[in-house]
Ligand binder design. Sequence first.
Ligand code: ADP
Length: 168
Amino acid sequence: MKATLQALHADITTLDVDAIVNAANTSLLGGGGVDGAIHRAAGEELTRECMGLDGCETGQAKMTQGYRLKARHVIHTVGPVWHGGTHGEPELLRACYENSLRLAAKNGLKSIAFPCISTGVYRFPPDQAAQIAVQTVREFLAVPSLIERVIFCCFGRDDLTRYQTLLA
Ligand code: ADP
């Protein structure tokens, strides 16, 4: 079956999907932005499970349960901090999407929602980030897997427009 890709204007902590992706930092112990929102909504059990994961490298991904979230799981990935674009930032952002999808597919998950990784405090240019996100997901889904639905969860109107344009 062909998977559907969709852009939504939403708070990712409210989505009823098999996994939401967290734009975490390397400690995996919570932070600001979407990371803080996910840890607050999931409750302290999430932070406790994360404490046992020994952190995560940039571009990699690790999965936990969703606890008080509607989402069954959280896939924590660490996006690159933007340092001008010549320090491997595009490749690392691509790796975040790929490794998150790989983990979802390996665990038999059917639906997954991504925030706009790295485009907040990590300052990745949003247009380029959206292009990388959509292209990486499309390439991944070109090979059949159990994944049926991928959501690009946009917190701002500008991101929603960006993703809608790319998906049209
Ligand atoms: P990073 O450190 O990877 O840049 P941020 O959390 O600062 O992560 O920002 C990443 C993106 O997540 C930004 O586009 C921000 O607007 C968005 N964001 C923040 N809170 C939420 C939320 N509750 N749901 C979805 N997206 C969110």
